[in-house]
Design a protein around this ligand. Sequence first.
Ligand code: IMP
Length: 199
Amino acid sequence: MNQIVLASGNKGKLKEFSELMADYGVEILAQSELNVAEVPETGTTFVENAIIKARNAAEVTGHAAIADDSGLEVDFLQGAPGIYSARYAGEGAKDEQNYTKLLNALDGQTERNARFQCVLVYMRHAKDPTPIICQASWEGTIGFAPQGENGHGYDPIFIPAEHDCAAADLSSEEKNKLSHRGKALVLLIEAMKQQGIFN
Ligand code: IMP
């Protein structure tokens, strides 16, 4: 069986990738189970950070690797928090601290357009000079108060363009159909099929 390491410690992402890739005879391995330590995300773009993570996982394990990098761009804040979404309120900040800081930054603002971005990278090996890079986004606005019980990160304050509720009010099935990550995954699988990576 084709084995690919996922450069993420997130259990939700591992499950989602495993389910989708199983259809193509691919086994997704968690980098944490292969003793891959998380690498500092020192890039200045989602693309660079995804490559840094995929390269690290491929280098340590000797397997092909997939990595994703994602975040929330807010127009009024010139694209912040962007690549710093996970640490907007400081290193190790909790989701609630991050989205509270964002709500405060938009206090009194009516211009609240935003989008999630996701970049997925597939590297055949650590020195792969032509990684497959797929990108997708999810448009919406920032709400005025947190709502909903599902999801993670900024989901309680992100109102998708397709709905009047928050992303945290959607089921994971509904979210996967619309989300930046769900759409990028479809593109990645298509590109991997075209390049003959699946048997
Ligand atoms: P990454 O894990 O380094 O890609 O960091 C992504 C960060 O962006 C997460 O910690 C969240 O704060 C935010 N983020 C990315 N995708 C989503 C999403 O689907 N919902 C909510 N927050 C997200």
